[in-house]
Design a protein around this ligand. Structure first.
Ligand code: GTP
Ligand code: MG
Length: 166
């Protein structure tokens, strides 16, 4: 799980496993290291710290970004395979520059990617349609619409993850 701070990465992990295993917060900058959750004794869901915010200011922000880049460095953990990346983007803000540059960076890793549009319960039907269309137009990647709060779209996220594991 990759995405801006507060976009709902940890909450999505909890929605996927239907348990409160990952710590969440209304304030951004909650997840401060890579957290690995072993699923079915087979693979890990990995909750990474968000980008675009850090309590410790610019220096701390840079540390988070370095941590994320290290995570994706193929040399950093020999024998480990990253099966795919869920790039979480807040459904209310489909056109943020920080997300666009993160996506370009992720794209260059060559890993399978999907975009999760989060917090869709906060949008009206028409806002939802408009913002999903905007994401579809801006990104050349499958967009999975989700509300972790209402547990909608979660099965589709699982389908994509399972597909990556084959
Ligand atoms: N309404 C609504 N709120 C959500 C949803 N997903 C997450 N939130 C809320 O958004 C806030 C941030 O959620 P987190 O899961 O902690 O966000 P995060 O991306 O892990 O944030 P960092 O760890 O700081 O990078 C919390 O208050 C969540 O309850 C959702 O689907 N709907
Ligand atoms: Mg988190």
């Amino acid at each position: 799980m990759v995405g801006r701070s507060n976009v709902g990465k940890s909450t999505l992990i909890n929605a996927l496993v239907k348990q409160k295993i990952a710590r969440t917060s209304a304030a951004p900058g909650k997840t401060r290291e890579a957290n690995y959750y072993l699923i079915d004794d087979q693979f890990y869901l990995v909750d990474l710290p968000g980008y675009g915010y850090a309590r410790g200011g610019a220096e701390s922000a840079a540390t988070f970004e370095i941590l994320t880049q290290q995570y994706f460095d193929p040399g950093s953990r020999p024998g480990r395979r990253v099966a795919g990346v869920m790039h979480c983007i807040d459904g209310r803000h489909p056109d943020l520059g920080a997300d666009e540059s993160a996506h370009q960076w992720l794209f260059r890793t060559g890993l399978p990617l999907a975009i999760v549009a989060t917090k869709l319960d906060k949008l009206t039907q028409s806002e939802r349609a408009r913002n999903l269309r905007s994401l579809d137009e801006s990104y050349d990647t499958t967009v999975l619409p989700v509300s972790s709060l209402e547990q909608t779209g979660i099965d589709e996220v699982w389908k994509t993850i399972r597909g990556w594991l084959c």
